[in-house]
Design a protein. Structure first.
Length: 246
């Protein structure tokens, strides 16, 4: 077993423990393996270990890497005699800050954009998704910590943004995403995760979320994903604990 395979197994075990602690079914929590600055060959090792969902932060890096990973998979480079078609069911989420003038690739190359935080960006994504003949799943990024240096709509403005996004036919808003302030103690992230869950419940009650199934809550990274799961995360973004330091 490779280090990546062992790390993936350990992360999934930790997710399962956290879910059960909260009285939840571990199968309801999906893992996004954050692969920024990770070589394509190492991503293919993760695919061979069963991982299918990856997150990228930087558009140009991601485009080159997606092509390279697909090429490697098409050649059966995932090992163990794996003969696959390009992509082998691999899905990519865009999880970084996105500029409005770089939305074309994001709207066509990714299964989801998790970082929609303003209407201008959403309009651009909607236009490119419509041109591509697809409906693009998105999450609204909420800046629950109120940090000036971080992207995300303010919690008190999120409902207004959700109402505006409902008018864009080529976007499908599935839930919310957040990144709490950095903290050494994972418990310091708990109030922020709880706040996002509370917001999702409020918005579902207003029919702003939940029309496409239970709202997605993307929260939790390598340092605090177990706390996030305990607070309701059903999508966690884990990189370092899988691939090691970049």
């Amino acid at each position: 077993m490779t280090d990546i395979a062992a790390n993936l197994a350990a992360v999934k075990d930790r997710i399962a423990v956290a879910a059960r602690k909260a009285g939840r079914d571990p199968a309801t929590v999906r893992l996004v393996a954050v692969s920024k600055r990770v070589e394509a060959e190492r991503i293919v090792q993760a695919v061979a270990a069963g991982q299918r969902l990856f997150g990228e932060n930087y558009l140009q890096e991601a485009q080159a890497k997606i092509s390279r990973v697909n090429d490697l998979l098409a050649c059966g480079a995932a090992g163990d005699g794996m003969e696959t078609g390009a992509g082998d069911g691999v899905c990519w989420h865009f999880i970084g800050h996105l500029q409005s003038n770089k939305t074309k690739a994001a709207a066509t190359d990714f299964a989801m954009v998790e970082t929609v935080d303003r209407f201008k960006l959403a309009k651009a994504l909607n236009r490119h998704a419509a041109t591509a003949g697809r409906v693009l799943p998105v999450l609204v990024q909420v800046n629950v910590g109120g940090e000036a240096q971080k992207a995300g709509v303010a919690p008190e403005q999120a409902a207004e943004l959700l109402r505006a996004l409902a008018e864009l036919p080529a976007l499908r808003v599935l839930g919310l995403m957040t990144m709490p302030p950095m903290a050494e103690d994972p418990e310091e992230s708990r109030p922020h995760f709880a706040r996002l869950r509370q917001l999702s419940e409020e918005f579902a009650g207003q029919d702003l979320l939940g029309t496409h199934g239970p709202p997605v809550l993307s929260m939790g990274m390598s340092a605090d994903f177990e706390v996030a799961v305990e607070e309701g995360a059903n999508l966690v973004r884990v990189g370092t604990a899988i691939f090691g330091p970049r």
